[in-house]
Design a protein around this ligand. Sequence first.
Ligand code: FBP
Length: 698
Amino acid sequence: MPEKKSISIAELLKNPQVKKATGNINPELIERREYIPPMCDVFSKPYTALQDNTDFKFNVDREAAKQLPDIIDNKVQTVIGVDFPEKSFKKIYHKKRNIGILFSGGPAPGGHNVIAGLYDAAKKANPESRIYGFLLGPDGLIENEATELTDGLMDAYRNMGGFSMIKTGRTKIDTKEKMSLSKETCKKLELDAIVIVGGDDSNTNAAFLAQEMFEAGIQVIGVPKTIDGDIQVSDANDNVLCAMSFGFHTAARAFANSISNLCIDSSSDVKYWHICKVMGRVASHPALEVALQTHANITLIGEDLADYTDRNRIEKAKIKKAIDYNAYGITLRHLSRVICNGILRRAAAGKNYGVIVIPEGVLEFINEIQVFIIKLNTIIAEYNEMHDMDFHSDFPLLDNKLEYLRRLARFSREDGSFSIWNTRDDDLFNDIPGFFQEGLLMERDSHGNFPFSQVETDKVIMGLVTDYLNILKEKGTYKIGIERSYYRKVLEKEGMNPDYFGHVLFKNYGDVKFLLIKESIISMKTLKQTLVKKGAIGQDEKIPDSVKKIYRKSVPNFKTQTHFYGYDGRGNDPTRFDCIYTYNLGLTVFSLIANGSTGRMAAIKNLEMDFSKWEPIGIPIAPLMHLEERKGKLSLVLEKSVVDINSTAFKAVKGLREKWLAATPGEDNFRRPGPIRFTGKSEEDRPITLVLNAIGDI
Ligand code: FBP
């Protein structure tokens, strides 16, 4: 062998080939950064103006009108292109502006392109304009931590995922002090406008800031971001103004790609049920999209479960001329039965494997859990207010928290008027596993949201499923179906008569493809008893090996692998849809600012349609707000949109459930969405949910 020249590591790292192979830059990255998203038609004009659109009406909440008087009457504004505006218009449009932008809440793919769109439009209108990125979210505005964006910085982040350019945070600007510090920052940077790229809570923040800054003439514009897909805006007459927040498509596609790979693995190795928890806080939009993208065997949709009614209970109560309130809404126990039913049916068709998709917020839709969440929110909020202390600092351990709850339960016995936590609540709460108690008692975020992503929802549900499957196994109803031809082959190999043993062993030895061992046979002992009783073997004879083999094959071994899809999809580089959507949102933001708008959210109408029909608009935020329980109190927030069980997308999933469960002999019906491709042909260029919902009622 020729002797190898030894070189030092320092020298090795200087080698151009090694440098290229280990560098951060790759062709995909270069291609992404260089991509220029197409612009909506109006933006091809030299100027854009705004037109108030009075066709869209909202049911305004009285509290919103009281708290947000200066922006409550805002109308929807449509961005229109202008070729030859008047001189005075031009002067305002080209004015040098200072604009601050911040990300708020969880990252969502496409955020950098919102900034890019705003940056490009603002610089085009006046190259002297300055765009500041506030660092780490709202904290950057409060503490005046900002960086001025430059061409170089911007170009490094075009079409890239994450919010890493300026980072994000979840601080709520909810005190007078934070408000006045924010105002001070605006003064110091001489800001004309602030842009808040965020979810429902952050746009709520944007509305309050817009109100607060109204007199000072500082404009505040929101941008609908969240992978949860729960910012979808319609007016009071169901006219869709914003069909989907940005980031949803990419995250759901990324989840779908990984889950589809699991579908393939599970149907190859045929031994695991993969349990996939999918992010989305409360609403099940991402889970619904994943179902459409992958055709996983079972997908739970929280909103559908909440709508569940137990017909048996209703009928029984009717006979007694009574109403059974427990018949409405699903319980955890019942949910586990629904899942078990699917597992059992697939097992009977010989499929001891599959994929289950569970939305992370599904527990919010389960009666008993929702009650606990609300009660605990109230208890924690009241404790903090009464003692001017922090519940979680005062009771750091689970045992301390449980002891406090026990004290409340004892107190409720002494004082009948205290009803928030009684001994029954305490007993029920003590019945649930410790890890889940801990989850339910976890600290809420600054907006009062329950931290669903940190609760092991899948573990809670699958714990019950496993317990129930064990009961069914003992009852003899949970069995793996044995393929008839295989059964015949095994018995004939040992010289046994398959037809003779078939009637003894199976409960369905007719003309079916998959045979099910009788329910009474649940062990080698009961197998022998049955064979002896039916005269197939004598008391002192051994069970034939082939029969033993068949029996063993029929015993299910329920093995699971759990997965959580959330942060990974949230950090994915945006799909082309999200790149184009967000760049145009950025351009819309500038149009709103240049035309004096405030208290509005930039949006694209007709997103569910072909790109040529996209219409940039400004949606007034204040009329979208309503009162909601947060941290035990009613607060004014932007209304979240959950999955509409009457939508075409949901109805399609419901209609295809049975097919995707595939509890029949033969292949599964999985769909392979494939990885997110930036270039090349991609079958669907927008979320399937949008495509279906755009079809409307059929
Ligand atoms: P936003 O609503 O701020 O976009 O956040 C969405 C989300 O990713 C949820 O899906 C998830 O429940 C939550 O953030 C996770 O929060 P955290 O990033 O604090 O762990």
